[in-house]
Design a protein around this ligand. Structure first.
Ligand code: SF4
Length: 334
């Protein structure tokens, strides 16, 4: 995955307002393109050398996440590449669909490079995703997903998935390296023509003092995004610029990130919006492939050994979700 490996898609999804936690579940630590993408892959940069959880452990934690219920807004099935272990993806979905709507997370989505997605469309139609996102990136990003031949194949597979009922919504994630307009405008027409529901753009992250930071400074990125927003304003696809709170405040004309929401949104045009996820504790956790429970800050640190919330153990997800609820209440009360 590239930089927006924690992202989510909810255009037109009806999710209760009390659902405020974004949960990322790394199902594995394998991807056949590891050497193709090299240091351009954020997960290659930050993952520690550690053994991965077994399939049984992943299934157990998946059940606990579903048990945590509708406080969780999105469960993001990530990997490295989740479709390297399709049984884990489909096993989670099977368990998810056995629960009543009001006692399970609001949505479950898949972040994938798209590899082998076409082979699982029938299975997804039986146990649908709320959404599915794949990556298409500009050449300068250095990622495998820049290959032109893959672009059309990815879009076709995504639209086939949606048409078959395997996902309610489909999305594309792209990174901005140097020049957003030159790099990304060539993709816009293809993405729009394919009927993609959301195109999420976010800045390329590079290592800086042990953590991943945006390559472009705000002073260069902000004017680019402003220009790009106007050029993309005639698309049917919703375009989301996923930015940090400082960029959000600058481009929204001084509106800060809301203290009581998992994510803030500001519409620049009728189809182009800024989004910034809350930096506060209480809105996010990520279960890493090795069983460590990470906060949002942890996620971008290189070679982090132990997450803020410690290692997963049986029953841990419920206590963590309760703790996140307390942190949100303290934040709102402050
Ligand atoms: S395809 Fe995605 S997950 Fe795999 S190495 Fe490349 S960026 Fe990383």
């Amino acid at each position: 995955m590239s930089v927006v490996a924690e992202s989510a898609l909810e255009v037109d999804l009806e999710i209760e307002s009390n659902a405020q936690v974004l949960c990322n579940l790394e199902l594995n630590n394998t991807c056949r393109f590891t050497t193709d993408c090299g240091d351009a892959c954020i997960l290659n940069q930050i993952a520690p050398r550690a053994p991965a959880m077994s399939a049984q452990r992943v299934a157990q934690v998946g059940r606990e996440i579903i048990d945590a219920g509708d406080t969780i807004r999105h469960v993001v099935l990530a990997g490295k590449e989740p479709l390297e272990t399709p049984d884990r993806v489909l096993g989670f979905l099977h368990a998810y669909h056995q629960r009543p709507l009001n006692s399970r997370p609001g949505a479950v989505g898949l972040l994938t490079s798209g590899i082998n997605l076409d082979q699982h469309i029938d299975a997804f139609a039986r146990t649908p995703l709320s959404w599915c996102i794949t990556s298409l990136d500009a050449e300068r990003s250095g990622l495998r997903s820049t290959q032109a031949t893959k672009t059309n194949a990815s879009l076709q597979t995504l639209t086939d998935l949606k048409a078959a009922g395997g996902a309610r919504l489909i999305g594309i994630n792209s990174v901005v390296a140097m020049d957003a307009e030159t790099e990304l405008m060539p993709l816009a027409e293809q993405i729009d023509a394919a009927g993609v529901d959301q195109w999420a753009l976010s800045p390329l992250l590079v290592p800086h003092k042990g953590a991943m930071k945006p390559y472009l400074p705000l002073s260069l990125l902000a004017p680019q995004l402003e220009r790009l927003a106007h050029r993309l304003a005639n698309l049917r696809t919703v375009v989301s610029f996923d930015v940090d709170p400082a960029t959000f405040e600058r481009l929204s004309g001084g509106i800060g990130v809301a203290p009581d929401q998992w994510r803030s949104t500001f519409w620049l045009t009728s189809n182009v919006r800024l989004t910034a996820k809350s930096p506060a504790a209480g809105y996010f956790f990520r279960l890493r492939f090795d069983g460590q429970l990470l906060s949002r800050d942890d996620f971008l640190k290189q070679d982090l050994r132990e997450g803020t919330y410690g290692p997963y153990s049986a029953g841990r997800i419920k206590t963590l979700v309760d703790k996140l609820g307390q942190l949100r209440q303290q934040k709102v009360a402050a």
